[in-house]
Design a protein around this ligand. Structure first.
Ligand code: GTP
Ligand code: MG
Length: 710
């Protein structure tokens, strides 16, 4: 049984040491407690496994402890004498052989018995320390008492040594019977009482006998004999019953004996030598001797079966106590492990929910934000395209505002063109910015703020603060309108030579221009006859409405031929035709008007007019070119916006991703902890059940075998 308890204690101690300390499930005091039980159980086991009874003798120095043992053994084995004699613990045990010998502590070397006085006598130089143990192996054949496997332990006087606690732990805790050898010449002293108090603190109900030794000396003062005896009896009974509470009052007197060890030893030595003991002893000798024999009888009785039962009973109780204490201890450990596990499971659950929520929300936000970015991008594209178209329409204002001095000289004109490109580019840029920037920036910023707000809401509080500092503070976003006018209008070629508006070349050009444009417009329509606009060249020669396509081509061919060749033939033909149709006067008038118009136009064809024409041509050209890049520019701008918004969103996504990765990590560690706590709890539960089983077993053992004691 003790073996099982020992196993259990070892198992528990391994368990408590295996639980990680930082979890606050097992405290250091728990570990210490289990450790102390381990040594206690080892002690009990030793007692239970031992087949002999151990009797320890205590008392103040010179009270006669060694003499009492010698008397009981019937031989002068232990050194005795006046003053402080015994210097260490001397254990007398039975030996099957015929030769007595000594064994010192920690040695197997047999020494001659004669060395005892050297080793154990306080007056010898090579004496041992007061808590060492010397074993005296005395032949059982020479002593009746030792045949019953009794071990007698003599101790140094308890009042001369200071290492009392050390003694008790080392030599007394496993004693089955304690014999206090008191001096009846004085009285029970506090040192003796204290010693037994300490013993009974550690052992419940030790078996104690009290010998009032040197009672022969009391015989020299017979007048107070009875009073002294009563005084001693009262005090020692009071000590056993009221102070130590080890026996009932009715039993206490049976444990106290008034003896003379010295006389008893002498009687036994004489008997051994064959000398009769009838004379030479002080008065009352026989009663003292009788009382000594009575003590021996009771003593033997005590260490017989009843004592054995008492011993087992006591240790069974202690075993039960230890089992109960350990059961409580592992029970508390189990409770703590369970409650911590519950908490961790709650934590795990809320973390799981948080993680799930974050992931779902992240998906939702991602979808929404993608849509939002798309719509913003489209919106930007539309706005930029509208604004640019509007600006192109108002391009003439911009060109008009250009005030650099104009000169038709080629070199100056080139510089003029260059600065005009730059002016238009800058003007367009700033106008577009003025039209769009604030609206776009507001829109972009608000959507950035929205996504930041929604994404940061997915982070934990402490992370959120950190994220605020992590997100790079950026300059407010601005769309760049890349309108490279210089490249765009590089092919612009002005035409500022003087051309008379009613001149033949310009007339034909104009005529060809508008006609061909009409023709181009209607070219793919069916070939229906169309009215030809007025021909300014010959107002009188109005072609009839509804000229057919063939007629038209003939006329144009004719005109081209007339203008292109400028041959005399053509002019003569034309003049002849005119004379014939209208007459001289009208021709003269027309010629005068024509000439004055020419003069007027020639005179007004100044630098200013050239500049105007130049600007007009430039506006037309730039308008055409800019129209071509409207889509490209608006797409480019919307792309910038998309980049900006996607960039911000990607950064936020990375933050949330980091946070979810961390949560996953935390989740795994929580799972590990829950598992550990579960294992700890389960093991504690197993140990608790085992303690229960052991206590039950001890109960059954007590009821079955130790009922004698009840
Ligand atoms: P320490 O070993 O020093 O602790 O002493 P102890 O208690 O062993 O005493 P020990 O047996 O050495 O006895 C001390 C002295 O008292 C010896 O001289 C003994 O002869 C003497 N003595 C012992 N018992 C009695 C007794 O009953 N009557 C008388 N008169 N003297 C005794
Ligand atoms: Mg002694």
């Amino acid at each position: 049984m003790a073996h099982e308890i020992e196993e259990y204690v070892v198992e528990t101690s391994v368990f408590v040491e295996s639980v990680p300390k930082e979890k606050n499930i097992v405290s250091q005091s728990d570990i210490n407690e289990v450790g102390s039980y381990a040594s206690k159980v080892a002690g009990i086991k030793e007692v239970l496994c031992r087949d002999h009874m151990k009797v320890a003798f205590f008392g103040r120095t010179s009270n006669g402890k060694s003499t009492v043992i010698n008397a009981m053994l019937g031989d002068k084995i232990l050194p005795s004498g006046i003053g402080h004699t015994t210097n260490c613990f001397l254990q007398v045990e039975g030996e099957d052989g015929n030769e007595p010998f000594l064994l010192c502590e920690d040695s197997t070397e047999r020494q001659n018995i004669s060395g005892i006085s050297h080793l154990a006598h306080a007056l010898c130089n090579n004496r041992l320390g007061d808590s060492t143990l010397v074993r005296i192996h005395w032949p059982k054949s020479r002593c009746q008492l030792l045949r019953d496997d009794v071990v007698l332990v003599d101790s140094p006087g308890i009042d001369v040594s200071e290492s009392l606690d050390e003694w008790i732990d080392k030599h007394c805790l496993d004693a089955d019977v304690f014999v206090l050898v008191a001096n009846s010449e004085s009285t029970l002293m506090n040192t003796e009482k204290n010693f037994f108090h300490k013993v009974s603190e550690r052992l419940s109900k030790p078996n104690i006998f009290i010998l009032q030794n040197r009672w022969d000396m009391a015989a020299s003062e017979p007048e107070y004999l009875n009073e002294v005896r009563k005084q001693h009896l009262d005090r020692t009974v009071d000590f056993l019953v009221n102070e130590l509470k080890v026996v009932e009052r009715s039993q206490a007197e049976k444990r106290i004996f008034f003896v003379s060890a010295k006389e008893t030893l002498m009687v036994r030595l004489n008997e051994a030598k064959g000398i009769s003991n009838n004379s030479g002893f002080p008065e009352g000798f026989s009663s003292r001797y009788f009382e000594f024999q009575d003590f021996e009888r009771k003593f033997e009785e005590c260490i017989s079966k009843t004592a054995v039962v008492t011993k087992f009973d006591q240790h069974t109780r202690r075993g039960k106590g230890i089992g109960g204490d350990l059961q409580k201890l592992v029970g508390a450990i189990q409770e703590r492990a369970w409650s911590q596990r519950e908490k961790k499971i709650c934590d795990r659950h809320s973390l799981y929910q948080q993680l799930d929520h974050t992931e779902k929300e992240l998906n939702a936000v991602t979808i929404q934000m993608k849509e939002k970015i798309c719509s913003i991008v489209e919106d930007v594209e539309r706005r930029v395209s509208n604004a640019l178209n509007e600006e192109i329409r108002r391009l003439y204002v911009l060109v008009d505002e250009f005030n650099e001095p104009f000169h038709p000289d080629l070199l100056v004109l080139n510089v003029y063109k260059k600065t005009l490109h730059a002016h238009v580019e800058a003007g367009l840029g700033s106008n577009l910015r003025a039209r769009l920037s604030s609206a776009l920036a507001l829109n972009i910023e608000s959507s950035q703020q929205e996504m930041t707000k929604r994404m940061l809401a997915l982070l934990k509080d402490e992370k959120r603060d950190l994220a605020g500092t992590l997100l790079p503070r950026r300059e407010p976003f601005e769309v760049l309108y890349r309108l490279n006018c210089e490249n765009l209008c590089a092919d612009f070629q002005e035409d500022i030579d003087f051309k008379f508006s009613l001149g033949v070349v310009s007339m034909v050009q104009r005529f060809l221009g508008s006609a061909s444009s009409r023709f181009v417009k209607n070219n793919h329509k069916e070939h229906i006859s169309r009215g030809i606009p007025m021909t300014p060249m010959t107002p009188s020669n109005e072609p009839p409405l509804g000229v057919s396509q063939d007629d038209w081509s003939i006329i144009s061919k004719f005109a081209v031929a007339a203008v292109g060749s400028q041959g005399t033939m053509g002019i003569a033909l034309a003049l002849g035709l005119m004379f014939k149709t209208v007459g001289w006067r009208i021709i003269g008038l027309t010629g005068a008007v024509y000439g004055s118009l020419y003069l007027y136009e020639r005179l007004t064809w100044t630098n200013k007019a050239k500049e105007r024409t130049f600007k007009k041509q430039y506006v037309d050209h730039a308008t055409r070119k800019l129209r071509l890049i409207v889509d490209l520019t608006s797409h480019n701008c919307s792309h910038q916006v998309q980049q900006e918004l996607s960039g911000t969103f990607a950064r936020l996504c990375r933050l949330v991703d980091e946070s979810t990765t961390e949560m996953h990590k935390e989740m795994r560690s929580l799972e590990k902890e829950v598992q550990l706590l579960e294992d700890t709890g389960a093991q504690a539960k197993k140990l608790r059940n085992k303690a229960n089983y052991l206590i039950n077993e001890l109960n059954i053992f007590q009821q079955t075998y130790l009922s004698l004691n009840e």
